[in-house]
Design a protein around this ligand. Structure first.
Ligand code: DQA
Length: 157
């Protein structure tokens, strides 16, 4: 009888994408966005992903085109899912929406603050009708909810 050696399935890879001004977390309007830095949030997500047998990689840019290039690169890196907080691009960027649609990967939209309880111009998202779902108003915990939900989705699809 030949011995069949099967290698374990590769761990799912998720990309966490952060838009403009999120590099300022910790000092930026802490009463709205909390006191954790982006590095704090990203390292907690990395640990959570590891504990669930997955991998996540985080990326932040203040530039729309750089975020779009990153999204386009995802299929070449075998990325399976995005968790994205597009920051202010949420409310303006048709280009970011088109980029997400162009790679056809599932994504969850996260906002630290409750955008619907803020200025009217924050009430509309260019992405949310194409997202698997959205989480807003739970601060940095929202990213963790999103990650758990994304892993559940990847396991059960
Ligand atoms: C944000 C909400 C946006 O309206 C704002 O422009 C941000 C952060 C949030 O996480 O609450 O930069 O996406």
């Amino acid at each position: 009888m030949p011995t069949i050696i099967s290698s374990p399935p590769p761990r799912p890879l998720l990309w966490i994408l952060h838009g403009p001004n999120l590099n300022m977390l910790g000092s930026r309007e802490p009463e709205v966005y909390g006191r954790l830095t982006l590095a704090d949030i990203d390292s907690a997500l990395g640990r959570l992903a590891e504990s669930r047998g997955a991998r996540c990689e985080s990326f932040q840019s203040n530039h729309e085109g750089v975020l779009i290039d990153r999204i386009h690169a995802a299929p070449d890196h075998q990325v399976q899912f995005f968790i994205i907080n597009p920051g202010a691009f949420t409310h303006t960027s048709v280009a970011l929406r088109d980029a997400l649609l162009s790679v056809a990967l599932p994504f969850i939209e996260v906002h630290l603050s409750n955008i619907y309880a803020r200025e009217p111009f924050r009430h509309h998202s260019m992405l949310s009708d194409k997202a698997l779902g959205g989480i807003y108003g739970f601060g940095s915990q929202g990213y963790e909810f999103a990650l758990l939900r994304a892993l559940d989705y990847l396991q059960n699809r």
